[in-house]
Design a protein around this ligand. Sequence first.
Ligand code: NAD
Ligand code: TYD
Length: 350
Amino acid sequence: MKVLITGAAGFIGSHVARLFTNKYPEYQIVVLDALTYAGNLENLRDIADKSNFTFIKGDITDEKLIPEIFEKYAFDGVIHLAAESHVDRSISDPMAFIRTNVFGTCNLLNAAKNAWKGNFEGKRFYHISTDEVYVALEFDGRFFTENTRYAPHSPYSASKASSDHFVRAYHDTYALPVVISNCSNNYGAYHFPEKLIPLAINNIKHNKPIPVYGKGENVRDWLWVEDHARAIDCIFHSGKNGDTYNIGGNNEWKNIDLIRKLCEIMDSKLGRESGTSAKLITFVSDRAGHDLRYAIDSSKLQAELGWKPSLQFEEGLEKTVDWYLANRQWLDNVTSGAYQSYYEQQYLNS
Ligand code: NAD
Ligand code: TYD
């Protein structure tokens, strides 16, 4: 099988590319990534030399390149993760989100449709989406199911919702064999330190304030990134055409409780007196349009495809902290910007 994975130099994509490259040596894995600020080839260092792995630097919005690579590699499957992914950036620069998440997704859909020419036997277009497309929950014990109404609030979630609609439209109109999954917040290794957990780890390490939006009352449902990658493997191979699957860890945490837990773990790992890191907690202005609560019902995926999360949150959080402390260089290269010259070092100078 020849599989195109987009956005694989990012956080989740790198875990998916690693899983597929190692688990399926008989597959040819082609990775396409524009290496925006969020793309980091160091995330793929351990698989870069594998014979079944190919990296292409390219933009999903490129109307010339995308059809060319479909022609060249004759992909059987696409796992589409490339996206602008940070809500705060979407508030300051919404157009970048529309370009990549909406137009870029449509460009890929169109290239797949044209390349596969109506012969969809053995083909699959898998679109990775988010739970943020659904109408935000209150503290009412309800969960997102696959039938929950779409009501995105941020430019990020609106652009992801729009891309989901286009993916379904290509299925309903052209019979393109698509599948979609909507996942909750991920955490783990290689997470860019603009997102809550790696940002807090980095700030605690450097004794810098930990910004908590509003009163820290907002709830997110956290899933260990490697469990997301396993779910993607499962859905890519066994999901039903045209279907949607919710993926989540059943792990709801108020932001402030999560940060307090992280502070405790960091104190213990850094040998600091208990309570030291919590002093860095700083309440700041709330995010505009900040959704109150996300919580996923993943029972369809569990019942139909047999997936379930492997890690409890406390255990996963501790593993994550251990990874960041053991990989200081990775974090330093990201925060200093050094990671952005890795492509030139690896690919252009060799
Ligand atoms: P990320 O920001 O870490 O990585 C995104 C990757 O896409 C980067 O490598 C970037 O260089 C690449 N990219 C961006 N624009 C591109 C373009 N125009 N062309 C080619 N490549 C481009 O994101 P992530 O957190 O790994 O998220 C991956 C996907 O999973 C996204 O579609 C996101 O919406 C979805 N998702 C993320 C989460 C989460 O908690 N992070 C949860 C659910 C769903
Ligand atoms: P984030 O990691 O940006 O993911 P998302 O917005 O996709 O859920 O944020 C997770 C939660 O943490 C969200 O409720 C916003 C909040 N948050 C803070 O309180 N402080 C921060 O510095 C950041 C980045 C997020």
